[in-house]
Design a protein around this ligand. Structure first.
Ligand SMILES: [Zn+2]
Length: 485
């Protein structure tokens, strides 16, 4: 019993310390966010001065200085007057008020007050890497029956089955160590409390305030994109999102140059004032080798979220240049080459991408599967008709994905897996690109641009994205002005 009380008490101290730390961080956030001129807070009213923690501290320091000056100066003046009569000091005993029972200073009282009334007293556990909820229950000495009841109480128990490191679960135990309540987060915006009692489990759910806060960042590439991002205050996740947004136009491995620059309007997700996670890129510009690219996030009429340029054209091309993650090009397109197995000169009408067996092969563009089966030297073979003129073909697959003949596929959808069926000396994808039935070099053929938003959506697109572009232009403008100082 004593041990349990001691444990509970330690846990209570820890929880309180964490709460204080979080509270302080929250306070600091408000302070910094008001000071930072590069943050557009959507939902936080920027009051010029309100009496928050930092102001009280500043004010306190000022008062202290005033008091010191008030005490030190007269003392100094008195000392210089050589006053012979020292002021007599009297010490008085002060009665300290009795500490209330159950307070921090009383080590004999545990988590419950002397009257036995239960205070809300959560023991908070943070999920470590590789832990399941069952591990946590075991570690905390909680019964697997309770875990089962908790799981059964949920219509969708995914919040309990798929837990992530850093997530918090809180437990409340009664005096006998039995679980009385359990608290966890379901999604970003719901806190669930399960109450365990003799009749089973009841639950209460409270909505938590979740908001997205918008920020801007500007960076200039010196060493690397990640270094530039870090200096601009972007997380690595956000830098990756930036690279992905422009990945169709800029090859970040080959084309990036010193002096390239970017401006980003992005958001972060905050819950009850605390940073929860990175959000998304809302709009961005990237100047690569003097050429300016713009990406604006927009949900089109089909509900697809894509990046568009200012004219409403998707940055995503209508075709992937390479439909597989390859290790090397094992054979290029040619009009005549020595066939490695047949041993005579024959045109190679596609590109061979060497990749490990089982690597997913993706549809290069939206289209319809027009062949799916065995074709001589090509082994397991798939063809896709994309429009009236363009079709693509994929050979030597180890196996097909689930798509059937005649079925529609979307760009990027897996249609099969790399293998070496048919005539092949090693696992690779044989890929063909045909325009009006004529084989073209997939590496150099001009890929048609994606269709822009139809006129009916374009007006709304322009209206919705104008404020974002205006914000980006302000950042760009200020950076230009700074550069010319
Ligand atoms: Zn080939």
């Amino acid at each position: 019993m004593t041990d349990l009380r001691h444990d509970l008490k330690t846990a209570r101290h820890k929880t309180r310390r964490l709460a204080i730390r979080r509270h302080t961080q929250r306070r600091h956030f408000h302070f910094y966010s008001r000071c930072s001129s590069w943050t557009f807070l959507q939902n936080v009213a920027a009051s010029p001065i309100s009496w928050r923690g930092e102001h009280w501290i500043l004010c306190g320091v000022a008062l202290l200085l005033t008091a010191l000056v008030g005490i030190v100066l007269p003392t100094f003046a008195k000392a210089t007057r050589h006053d012979p009569a020292p002021t007599p000091y009297t010490t008085m005993a002060l009665d300290l008020p009795q500490l209330p029972p159950g307070s921090e200073a009383d080590p004999t009282i545990g988590a419950y007050g002397v009257d036995g009334s239960a205070q809300p007293d959560w023991h908070v556990v943070t999920v470590r890497a590789g832990q399941s909820l069952s591990d946590i229950f075991h570690e905390e000495g909680l019964s697997s029956n309770d875990l089962q009841h908790a799981l059964d109480s949920q219509d969708d128990a995914s919040a309990l089955r798929h837990i992530r490191p850093g997530q918090e679960f809180a437990f409340e135990l009664d005096k006998g160590g039995a679980l009385t309540a359990m608290r966890f987060e379901r999604g970003d915006a719901t806190r669930v409390i399960l109450h365990f009692n003799a009749d089973g489990v009841t639950q209460t759910a409270e909505a938590r305030a979740v908001e997205r806060r918008t920020h801007v960042a500007h960076g200039m590439v010196t060493r690397s994109l990640f270094y530039a991002g870090e200096r601009a205050g972007l997380t690595d996740t956000m830098v990756l999102k930036l690279a992905n947004a422009f990945g169709y136009d800029i090859d970040f491995a080959q084309d990036l140059r010193e002096g390239d620059s970017f401006s980003v309007l992005y958001d972060d997700v905050y819950r009850e004032g605390e940073h929860l996670r990175d959000g998304d890129i809302i709009a961005a510009t990237f100047i690569n080798q003097g050429k300016r690219y713009t990406a604006i996030r927009y949900t089109n009429a089909d509900g697809e979220i894509l990046f568009y340029n200012e004219a409403g054209r998707p940055l995503r091309k209508s075709f992937l240049r390479t439909p597989v993650e390859f290790t090397r090009i094992s054979s290029a397109f040619s009009t005549g080459r020595m066939h490695p197995i047949l041993g005579y000169m024959r045109a190679h009408q596609g590109v061979d991408y060497a990749a490990p067996t089982g690597t997913p092969i993706r549809a290069a563009g939206n289209g319809k599967i027009t062949f799916r089966g065995w074709r001589n030297g090509y082994g397991n073979f798939v063809t896709i008709q994309h429009n009236a003129t363009i079709s693509t073909a994929y050979g030597h697959m180890s196996r097909f994905a689930n798509e059937k003949l005649g079925e529609k596929v979307k760009q990027g959808e897996t249609i099969g897996y790399v293998g070496m069926t048919g005539l092949a000396t090693g696992p690779h994808l044989h890929y063909e690109f045909r325009v009006n039935g004529v084989h073209r070099d997939p590496l150099t053929v001009t890929l048609p641009a994606a269709e822009p938003l139809p006129a009916t959506q374009l007006a709304q697109f322009k209206q919705k994205t104008a404020p974002m572009l205006a914000k980006l232009k302000i950042v760009d403008g200020i950076q230009l002005a700074r550069a010319s100082d």
